[in-house]
Design a protein around this ligand. Structure first.
Ligand code: NAD
Ligand code: ZN
Length: 246
């Protein structure tokens, strides 16, 4: 199906990064079996919740900081480098697609990025090291140096508006492709999970690679219940060439 396709769009979820050591949300042992997520309203209205959000983020730093792209990321980078795939639409916030060599303008981050912070009022970017130093000294995060607003990781929490430009780009890519490849997503989080549905409705083939069943297995043209790294390595046998550049 990859050979037959003209334009592939790859759609990734937390499952593509488990082989890099970052736990997903819904697998046994996943993040949500330990912590309930903090929604946007609670973050904005409660200093206690903000402290908890930052505490969790810094507790994850050793994991995020050490994580390197795995065979699945590299296979996608290869599909992009050869022009077979045009865009990676990701729900992930870990930045590993960019680290694997996919140009930043080819990665559409639907749920933002956890490797830096943004001011909720003026959007100014802040670096996590600065926030962490303040947090460790004072027990909470600083306010925006620019406008005094609240700082939050540059991620989209439940209850927070989706990023408009990314939604528009993801829709355009979805409508343009003839093969939509879902890797490592349980497909329960909307609006993100609407993109494979849209691709399928618009005539593209839908392929899902996931260890466990997903919400959209029944409408897919091909479902592979297996690990992403091994599957994608087998599906892109000339992978070695793209690894040289990483
Ligand atoms: P999810 O946790 O709901 O689903 C992940 C799916 O991947 C599961 O069905 C699991 O069976 C499968 N999976 C895990 N490892 C796999 C592997 N090696 N091979 C094949 N399948 C594998 O994740 P989701 O659908 O992305 O949605 C949850 C939200 O979690 C997203 O919004 C995302 O922003 C966020 N999240 C991101 C990260 C990250 O950036 N790495 C980590 C955790 C959660
Ligand atoms: Zn600000």
């Amino acid at each position: 199906m990859l050979h037959a396709a003209d334009l592939v769009v790859v759609f990734t979820g937390a499952g593509i990064s488990t082989e890099s050591g970052i736990p997903d949300f819904r697998s046994p042992g996943g993040i949500w079996t330990k912590f309930a997520p903090i929604d946007f309203h609670d973050f904005v209205h409660s200093a206690k919740m903000r402290r908890e959000a930052w505490r969790r983020r810094f507790a994850m730093e050793d994991t995020f900081g050490a994580a390197q792209p795995n065979a699945g990321h590299l296979a996608i980078a290869h599909l992009i480098a050869t022009g077979k795939a045009t865009q990676v639409i990701t729900q992930n916030i870990d930045g590993l697609h960019q680290l694997s060599g996919v140009p930043a303008d080819r990665v559409i981050e639907l749920h933002g990025n956890t490797r830096y912070a943004k001011c909720l009022d003026c959007n100014a970017r802040s670096e996590l090291q600065t926030i962490r130093a303040h947090f460790e000294m004072h027990g909470d995060a600083p306010n925006c140096a620019n406008c005094g607003g609240l700082l939050k990781t540059a991620t989209i929490s439940f209850g927070q508006a989706m990023p408009e430009e990314e939604m528009v780009r993801a829709e355009a890519a979805t409508l343009a492709c003839d093969l939509f490849l879902v890797l490592g997503s349980s497909l329960v989080v909307y609006p993100a999970a609407g993109f494979p549905l849209l691709a399928k409705r618009h005539g593209a083939k839908l392929v899902i690679v996931n260890r466990e069943p997903t919400e959209q297995d029944s409408i897919a043209d091909l479902v592979i219940h297996a690990g992403i790294g091994e599957t994608m390595q087998a599906a892109t046998p000339t992978l070695g060439r793209s690894q040289e550049g990483v």
